[in-house]
Each structure stands twice: as structure tokens, then as C-alpha cells.
Write a protein of this length. Structure first.
Length: 304
């Protein structure tokens, strides 16, 4: 069997790698026309992280492999990423985050609506938008219009109550120490994105701007909507400014409007994502904290 491209399959299990998982993933590798060139436990977390160096054959089907990995991930509660072992695998330079339900454990617009007494109505629109059931631009304008009259002072209290996603602070601290640039590119709101940027020491933050007059929201968004295509545009802008190749960019998001940037970046990861996103993204993680991704990047250390 002639071999073609080489990949690294990284398996991360917060509760520990089991013998049953090793047996299942080894069998899966064989059925997917892959050859194991090497396997090793990643130190110092030998019991939780396992890397396989793999070579493909002409019969290898990446889509079938992705589906099989998703099923295996759910069954054994193990996050896995099959990443091409090229010059970029260990040499990424920029990490771009979606904000709501990725960097933070909230959909900010839903929190604003809850305080304004229209939570159920707005949350329903948000869910449909994140699953790709309705146009994002339409949905953001529709939801913001419902916020008309909300006091701007309440936004600070909402910000103070939002929790960061598990592992985010350690993740960003680690990649910054490794020299990565970091950015928020969000379909949410600048008021919150810039605060989290400052709090986490990130390099960039782009988001929609709510219009406020006399201390109250007008129900309008200022300027163009930062939608799925604009997320791609901002990634390109940052990469150009920093003189990075797009293959050196990692994008992390959870909603349907993140899919274009996940596909465009050199490494796109659907993080605890909506079903549509899990199915369509090239890579995903659904089990562990944000620090799991450090193993996908080949950054050594005890990250779990």
C-alpha cells in the first residue's frame, strides 16, 4: 500500500485514556485506510493525551474519518483532532476567538434581553441564528431593536456577571507566552469584546457597536453588521497587518456564523459547538476545557 499525506491524530481525555479507547481508535485507524507510523503518550500528561503519527493511502476518505472520529469522541468522551503534519502544524501564530459561548459562557444579547424583560423572545431568535436557520444580519437587527430603551448602565453589571469559559485564562496566558497574537472577532458587541480583550491581555477585538443616546440603547447597530463574511475579512486584515500566512491562523468558534472563518483559517476548531457546526467544521472538541486545544497545537505542558 503506497502512502500519501501524513497526519497527527491527537487524542485528549480529561478523565484519562482507557484501554478500551486505545483498542477502539486503533481499530478505527485501520478501517479508515491509515497506517500508524508512531504513537506516543504526550508528557507530562501520559495518561490523558495520546498522539498517533499516521500516513494515508489512496483509499483514505477524510469526511468518513471525521464522522468516525465524532462518533468515537462521543462514545469515549475524548477530544480528537486529525491535523495534517505539515510545516504549519507546530507553527501557528495567531488565534482568533468568537466571543459568545466560546470565549465566555454566555450569549450577551440574551443576557441584555433577560434584564430588559424579553429574554424568552430574544433567546429563541438567537438559537435559530446560531443554528443557521435564519439570516444573521436580519437576526441581529431584529434582536437589537427589541432592546430599545435598555439603560446603558446595566451593561456594566451584565459584564461583571459573565463567566469566562473553562480554561480560557490559562489558554491565553500560555499562547501569549509562546508568542502568539490573540484576537476576538465577534458578532456580539464591542462594549463587551473590548473589556474581555483588556482583561485577558489580547491584541485585537472587533464586534458590533450598539447605538446609545442619552444613556439608553436606541435599538440600532451602528455601521455594518459584523457577520460571518466580516469575520473572515477581519482575520485577513489581522494576518495582513501582522504579516502572517492564513495557514498560521487558528480560529475557534461555536455558531453557524463562525463556519466561514473556521474553514478559512489554517486550523479551524468548533468548540462545544451547535450541531450544524459540529457536522460541517473540519475539527471539533466537545469534551474538555479550552486548554485541550494546546495539545492540538503541540504546546507541551500539563494543561488539564
Amino acid at each position: 500500500m503506497s502512502t500519501l499525506a501524513q497526519y497527527v491524530l491527537t487524542c485528549v481525555a480529561p478523565q484519562g485514556i482507557t484501554n478500551e479507547f486505545v483498542s477502539a481508535i486503533t481499530s478505527l485507524i485501520k478501517t479508515q485506510f491509515l497506517t500508524v507510523l508512531n504513537s506516543e503518550n504526550t508528557k507530562p500528561n501520559a495518561s490523558k493525551v495520546l498522539d498517533f503519527s499516521l500516513a494515508t493511502s489512496s483509499s483514505f476518505d477524510s469526511e468518513k474519518m471525521k464522522t468516525a472520529l465524532i462518533d468515537c469522541s462521543h462514545k469515549f468522551k475524548v477530544d480528537m483532532a486529525l491535523i495534517k503534519d505539515d510545516a504549519y502544524r507546530l507553527n501557528r501564530k495567531l488565534i482568533v476567538f468568537d466571543m459568545d459561548s466560546t470565549l465566555i459562557q454566555a450569549e450577551v444579547i440574551d443576557e441584555l434581553a433577560r434584564v430588559h424583560g424579553i429574554g424568552d423572545k430574544v433567546m429563541g431568535i438567537t438559537e435559530r441564528a446560531m443554528n443557521g436557520e435564519i439570516n444573521f444580519d436580519q437576526s441581529i437587527r431584529e434582536r437589537v431593536a427589541l432592546l430599545k430603551g435598555l439603560s446603558g448602565e446595566k451593561m456594566e453589571a451584565i459584564y461583571q456577571g459573565i463567566k469566562l469559559t473553562d480554561g480560557v485564562e490559562d489558554f491565553i496566558k500560555t499562547v501569549r507566552a509562546e508568542g502568539y497574537k490573540t484576537a476576538i472577532v465577534s458578532g456580539g458587541f464591542r462594549y463587551f469584546a473590548e473589556r474581555f480583550q483588556k482583561r485577558l491581555g489580547m491584541d485585537y477585538a472587533f464586534a458590533n457597536e450598539l447605538e446609545i443616546e442619552n444613556g439608553f440603547l436606541t435599538g440600532k447597530v451602528k455601521g455594518e453588521i459584523l457577520n460571518a463574511q466580516k469575520k473572515v475579512d477581519y482575520i485577513e486584515l489581522i494576518a495582513l497587518r501582522e504579516k502572517f500566512n492564513i495557514q498560521e491562523v487558528v480560529a475557534i468558534g461555536d455558531g453557524a456564523n463562525d463556519l466561514p472563518m473556521l474553514h478559512h483559517a489554517g486550523l479551524g476548531i468548533a468548540f462545544h459547538a451547535k450541531e450544524k457546526v459540529r457536522k460541517e467544521a473540519r475539527h471539533q472538541m466537545n469534551v474538555g476545557p479550552m486548554t485541550t486545544i494546546l495539545y492540538f497545537l503541540g504546546i507541551p505542558g500539563n494543561h488539564l
